[in-house]
Design a protein around this ligand. Structure first.
Ligand code: PGA
Length: 253
């Protein structure tokens, strides 16, 4: 059985008060509405890690993630945050390879491979993002594009390491644009990614990996997306900043 995961990516949003309010609301709704079966991961900006962890406490089903980690273990790297530091604050997941990191911060496949290694070495679960631009989709090379992203950053992992990775398929043209991939488009890509993982690591391992969809997912389209065989959850940006919307997405399974 694959884990169902809905991860909220707050991106560079939320002051301290706003973040605490949002977290408290999510924790309370999660308990009151007796959500089971789905793991909710909150991925706030770094300064929120400690207060959000305190608010989550030991609520079953809610985990803490971060939006990035360093490719280095420790030392003189001003402004960086290591996977080891994050783990010591109770962080369990880390989003790596988000298209915004690739585009605005020039993170390449090699750097991402090193970040994935650091995350795994420190017990964090990487939520590894892949996805194609509109240009690539129009050229109909989207499948080979995302497969290459996986090969280049993940396929040096041992099977034991690979089994711990979560994948997020995020078509860039659907992020923050209000344009969602159709459920069929998402399913097609998730199945292609799973086949690709299977070609290297075997069917059983590929079948055990959660593949999340990201890109303008919302309470109105989550049910259809999550009904697809290879869609195991979502990576949610905008809609994760509203507690009711985030919960409704979680409850769309
Ligand atoms: P969005 O962002 O839901 O706002 O489109 C998704 C993401 O970037 O993770």
């Amino acid at each position: 059985m694959r884990k169902k995961i809905v991860a909220g990516n707050w991106k560079m949003n939320m002051t301290l008060d706003e973040g605490q309010k949002l977290t408290s609301e999510i924790v309370n709704m999660f308990k009151d509405e007796a959500v089971t079966d789905v793991i909710a991961v909150l991925n706030p900006p770094f300064p929120h890690i400690f207060p959000v962890k305190k608010l989550i406490g030991d609520t079953p089903g809610i985990a803490l993630g971060s939006q990035n980690c360093s490719n280095k273990e420790s030392g003189a790297f001003t402004g960086e945050v290591s996977a080891k530091i994050l783990a010591s604050f109770g962080v369990e997941y880390v989003i790596l390879g988000h298209s915004e990191r690739r585009e605005y911060f020039k993170e390449d496949n090699e750097l991402l491979a090193a970040k994935v290694k650091q995350a795994l070495a420190n017990g964090l679960t990487p939520i590894f993002c892949c996805g194609e631009s509109l240009e690539i989709r129009m050229a109909e090379t989207h499948e080979s594009n995302v497969k290459f992203q996986l090969t280049a950053s993940l396929f040096d992992l041992s099977p034991e390491e690979m089994a711990k990775v979560v994948i997020a398929y995020e078509p860039i043209w659907a992020i923050g644009t209000g344009k969602t991939a159709t459920a069929d488009q998402a399913q097609e890509m998730h199945a292609a990614l799973r086949r690709h993982i299977s070609s290297k690591y075997g069917r059983d391992l590929a079948d055990s990996i959660s593949i999340l969809y990201g890109g303008s997912a919302n309470p109105g389209n989550a049910k259809e997306l999550f009904s697809k065989a290879d869609v195991d959850g979502g990576l949610i940006g905008g809609a994760s900043l509203k507690s009711r919307d985030f919960l409704d997405i979680i409850k769309s399974f």
